[in-house]
Design a protein. Sequence first.
Length: 272
Amino acid sequence: SNTEQEEEEEQEEEESEGEDPDDERDLGRIFAKRIQWSVENLASRSQVVEELVGDLLRVFKILLSDSFFPVLKPAIGVGSAFEGWSPHEDDVVYCLLVPLKPPHGHAFHLELGTTGKIQVKDSCVRVVLECTCTREQLVGDMLCFVHNPEEELRRNQDPSLLDTLCTGSYLDVEKTALWFQNLVKPAWVVVPQSLYYNMEVLPSSRSCKLQLTNASTRTLFVEMMFGVQQGDSDIFLSSENTEAIFTPSTTWPESYAVAEVKFFRHMASQVP
């Protein structure tokens, strides 16, 4: 369980802190042990975070089942913590990318930018309404956004994605992040991890950052970013911050984070 795992981690930490190196050989042994503990600790906490986020997204799926908001796919752990290393053990941020798919009656058209020699930074996600007249006739669970009068749509159906999370015709990162953050609190009370952790949503304009603190005041920092997949590739247009001083809210820079974590895991599997 989470509690037993944390007690083991604390005991190992105390043992490590209590060792007194007499010579360089002891120091090397303690250092090697510390590295091994750090790697194992990262892996176990990464698994805890993945399970927690997975449970949250399953609750979201129920809450959003009849809506025209983006469809949330299973989160993908990215960044150093999920690659098996981290430069600072005590303030690790566990980053995950949540892929977004268009809801019924919508399509995402990716418009790739041209700036940046290595990474395209000014890409956008254009949202287009699609005809659902056939679905309307056969299933009868929604009105076609394209071929029904606006007044009838306004009276009988929830607004389209264009009217909620977009600026103009483009998916807005900041609106998407705020929408996601507002879903976390009602969903949190349902997930089993709420029994073990206090959860706080931290300020963030382009992602959802959580601070989780358990009874022994051990803290986990989790950041969920959002991404739209390019075809069947491991490249996403993501909500992650760029190095630019100002990033427009409709800008979704290219991210290779998923490809990188897959590469690291492949390389790790090749080590004897």
